[in-house]
Design a protein around this ligand. Structure first.
Ligand SMILES: NC(=O)c1ccc[n+]([C@@H]2O[C@H](COP(=O)([O-])OP(=O)(O)OC[C@H]3O[C@@H](n4cnc5c(N)ncnc54)[C@H](O)[C@@H]3O)[C@@H](O)[C@H]2O)c1
Length: 259
């Protein structure tokens, strides 16, 4: 078991890659707090885990609420007694527009993609220190590695996460707390449909969503979308002790798109 005796958190664990990760980590022996704003789906993830003999609980709330983003860490520590890992995976696709941008949109992009991640991280570090170390993983994107005319706000936030992870990796490495980033390419989840069909993205307006998704997927050397489980595999590796000498890394899982 690759995550035996590990206790931790997966945010956005009700759907897509987060769900795939929560289920996989539990199958590898971890106890998982499944965090999501969608309570019914978070509970469904937990049911899948427990039906297979794993350990998990669901916590529902909005990670843009600072108290909730901090509180998930304390609740997990209370329920499990320990905290070994945090996959701060939740994110927001953000609007596409630049001209005419209401800076409230900027705040929303930064709130879920960065501020909430920071809030959970702040609370997690002392508990990991208590444990003699831990592993933190953020979800950026290929949009955090190169620019895109369609997602400047998203890119700001996702690049920011990489800067944060690299800085924390240096600061907390001496305490055996590793901080890494996974950068998914185009992945077949509900968020992808939101991303390609944002109402303010004029380049895609009126086009068929399935076709837009197909075109995005074919833009990598492997010529297809990622499956959520393929991102979860990378997350499993980075969070587990198998990656014990990896910190401050931003790993593209993108079918070669950024090669
Ligand atoms: N799908 C892609 O192509 C892709 C590519 C690169 C990066 N990402 C990143 O992956 C992460 C998740 O995306 P996904 O594709 O797995 O999405 P998804 O749509 O499958 O799941 C997102 C989950 O986040 C939850 N959520 C949304 N807002 C929330 C909030 N305020 N508080 C708590 N939970 C909230 C939703 O309820 C949902 O369950 C994001 O950080 C996203 O930026 C996605």
């Amino acid at each position: 078991m690759r995550m035996a005796n590990k206790f931790g958190i997966v945010t956005a664990g009700a759907s897509g890659m987060g769900r795939a990760g929560a289920v996989r980590f539990a199958a590898e022996g971890a106890a998982v707090a499944v965090i999501d704003i969608d309570e019914a789906k978070a509970r469904e993830t937990v049911r899948t885990i427990t039906a297979a003999g794993g350990q998990a609980f669901a916590l529902a709330g909005d990670l843009m609420d600072e108290d909730f983003a901090r509180g998930i860490v304390h609740e997990t520590k209370k329920r499990f007694g320990h905290l070994d890992f945090l996959w701060a995976h939740a994110g927001h696709p953000s609007v596409s527009r630049v001209e005419g941008l209401d800076l409230k949109e900027f705040d929303i992009a930064m709130n879920l993609n960065v501020r909430a991640v920071m809030a959970s991280t702040i609370e997690a570090i002392p508990f990991m220190r208590e444990r003699g170390g831990g592993s933190i993983l953020y979800t950026s994107s290929t949009s955090g590695l190169f620019g895109s005319p369609f997602s400047p706000l998203y890119s700001v936030a996702k690049w920011g996460l990489i800067g944060l992870a690299r800085s924390l990796a240096k600061r907390y490495g001496p305490e055996n707390i590793r901080v890494n980033v996974v950068c998914p390419g185009t992945t077949d989840t509900p968020m992808l449909r939101v991303l390609v069909s944002r109402p303010d993205e004029t380049a895609t307006k009126g086009k068929d969503i399935d076709e837009l998704i197909r075109v995005r997927g074919s833009g990598s050397p492997l010529g297809r979308l990622a499956r959520p489980e393929e991102i979860a595999n990378a997350a499993l590796f980075l969070l587990s002790d198998e990656a014990s000498f990896i910190t401050g890394a931003a790993l593209p899982v993108d079918g070669g798109k950024t090669a």
